[in-house]
Design a protein around this ligand. Structure first.
Ligand code: GLC
Length: 569
């Protein structure tokens, strides 16, 4: 047993962890029904161990009708029978822990699903009842309440209110199958504290908190007094006066969660998914008396551009230091176009994200993507991220260099952002296509049987399968494995010293262990900064195709275009 197979009680394990996001329904299907499951994850523990990650974050695996890919939860303390049982969860957790991998689960507190026991009780109970009081029910406008209480639009498009047939409407900031909870009702928090204890008692190490900034609502009972969408949009969210965005009281809720986290040894951790309006607002979620860490999506929204990267890195390191937290670096997750594809598309209006979304809308044809350039940049950016102080998050499949599947047939799409907005939004299914494990077979090794995977895999997935990349020293999988192994050896204090590069488009920094990372964002080779070339440093790894080099090689005089080099000196 090596050191890393023993999970210590280190309370700070999360500060610089490499966390791998698993979208369970698309990871591995042991039951052979076309849907990934918990046994599938347990069966792949060796793969995860070999990859060299510190933790996995599991997107929701709870019972759900999948109106929003599992973010519509029927029961927070159970496993979707299609994905397994609580016993399967325990077995998977034990296997991951045995491999030295911690487990973070997703908590979705803003809304339940419409099949949750509470919501069914609310529908069966009259206006003004305690059961309706757990959600945000309001009378409609008009004589018989036939008009919605306000003109608000849900984040997934379409109205944010749904009528229930008796003049009342309920609020759903996402799909109509996701009714918003009323967090002014103490019973709601009690229920979530019970859920946090339930999973903590089973041994989970941390929580990812879905849309953590929403929860609290300030919505008058009288619909005539509810502000319009235009009025709400005009409010500066940092004032805390928006009817549902960034209300400061959420931190009082999270302080009670913190007490639960801290009652365990080591304390359970949490990371907020909070799309907020300012770095200061983000820092509040990361305070040690709140959730402790908050996702920083700035690089995910940036172009592959040295200047943008540098200012984002500087800003986020400063913010996290001020909040006593560490930052989280992310380039891809289950909500956005994969970064290998974003970087292979022309940015629109300055952000790669919008470029990807636009391409999806236009049909997402693979030949419109400069696939090689996209992947080359993605590998360079991922290596840069892994060298930074703080946590690095990666999304299943990025270690294979997977591209987005942009041209899924509309009939196979499942995402409510597509179903609620035909012709406007194509949705997020293209990054959720099941992982290719082998070169051939009905589902490229995703499933144990011939069952069709729940989203169809394109033919080109075969050459990016684990089997195809496993023994290829130039593959993205080999690059991630080697990079994560080196990161583990070289990781030290959370400090970073920028090195003068003298070249526009080249970023270089040194970590306290002598670990140097240099990224050339330009297409042409650039000279290696003098401070490095003259220091007798040794080359450890390159994001370029020559990745296979496992032994220190001679330091080159220049950095190839769109490449990251790691050196020690
Ligand atoms: C978060 C999730 C996303 C989900 C939404 C509503 O943003 O990441 O997938 O659709 O919350 O729960």
């Amino acid at each position: 047993m090596t050191d890393r197979q023993i999970l210590t009680a280190d309370a700070d394990w999360w500060r610089q962890a490499a966390v791998y996001q698993i979208y369970p329904r698309s990871f591995a299907d042991a039951s052979g029904d076309g849907l990934g499951d918990l046994r599938g994850i347990a069966d792949r523990v060796d793969y995860l161990r070999e990859l060299g990650i510190d933790a996995v974050w599991l997107s929701p695996f709870y019972p759900s009708a999948l109106a929003d890919g599992g973010y519509d939860v029927d029961d927070y303390r159970d496993v979707d029978p299609r994905l397994g049982t609580l016993e399967d969860f325990d077995a998977m957790l034990a296997a991951l822990h045995e491999a030295g991998i911690r487990v973070i689960v997703d908590i979705v507190p803003n809304h339940t699903s419409d099949r949750h026991r509470w919501f069914r009780e609310a529908l069966a109970s009259p206006k003004g009842s305690k059961e309706r009081g757990r959600y945000v029910f309001r009378d409609g406008r008009g004589e018989k309440g036939e008009e919605p209480p306000s003109d608000w639009i849900s984040y997934f498009g379409g109205p944010a209110w749904e009528p229930v047939g008796d003049g009342q409407w309920y609020l759903h900031l996402f799909a109509k199958e996701q009714p918003d909870l009323n967090w002014d009702e103490p019973e709601v928090n009690e229920e979530f504290l019970t859920t946090l204890r339930f999973w903590s008692d089973r041994g989970v190490d941390g929580f990812r908190v879905d849309v953590a900034q929403l929860l609290l609502k300030d919505i008058p009972e009288d619909p005539q007094q509810i502000m319009s969408k235009a009025e709400a949009d005009a409010i500066d969210r940092t004032t805390g006066e928006h009817p549902f965005e960034e209300r400061p009281g959420v931190h009082e809720i999270y302080a009670t969660w913190r007490e639960v986290f801290d009652s365990y040894d080591p304390p359970r951790t949490a990371v907020a998914e909070a799309w907020v309006s300012s770095p200061e607002q983000r820092a509040r979620f990361a305070r040690q008396d709140s959730l402790g860490q908050s996702f920083n999506f700035d690089l995910l929204e940036a172009d592959f551009d040295a200047e943008q990267f540098r200012s984002i890195i500087e800003k986020n390191l400063a913010i996290s230091e001020a909040s006593g937290s560490s930052t989280t670096w992310v380039l891809s997750n289950h909500d956005v176009v994969r970064h290998a594809t974003r970087y292979g598309l022309d940015p629109v209006a300055g952000t790669g994200r919008k470029g990807g979304a636009q391409w999806l809308l236009e049909g997402g044809a693979a030949d419109a993507v400069r696939a090689d350039a996209g992947l080359r940049r993605a590998r360079a950016a991922s290596m840069l991220l892994m060298a930074l102080p703080g946590c690095t998050y990666m999304y299943q499949g990025e270690e294979l260099g997977l591209h987005e599947v942009g041209d899924l047939d509309p009939d196979s799409r499942q995402d409510p952002t597509f179903l609620r907005n035909p012709g406007v939004d194509v949705g997020r299914d293209g990054c959720r296509v099941p992982i290719p494990w082998s070169r051939g077979g009905a589902s490229l090794g995703f499933g144990e049987t011939d069952a069709a995977p729940h989203l169809p895999q394109p033919e080109w997935f075969a050459s990016s399968s684990v089997e195809a990349e496993d023994c290829d020293p130039a593959s993205t999988l080999s690059l991630y494995r080697r990079a994560l192994e080196l990161r583990r050896i070289l990781q030290a204090d959370e400090e970073l010293e920028w090195l003068e590069t003298g070249a526009e488009g080249v970023l270089a920094f040194r970590r306290p262990s002598g670990w140097v990372s240099v990224t050339n964002f330009g297409a042409e080779p650039a000279p290696l900064p003098e401070a490095i070339s003259e220091s007798g440093a040794e080359l450890l790894l390159s994001s370029g195709p020559e990745t296979g080099e496992q032994t220190p090689a001679e330091v080159p005089g220049e950095v190839p275009g769109e490449t990251t080099l790691w050196l020690r000196g």
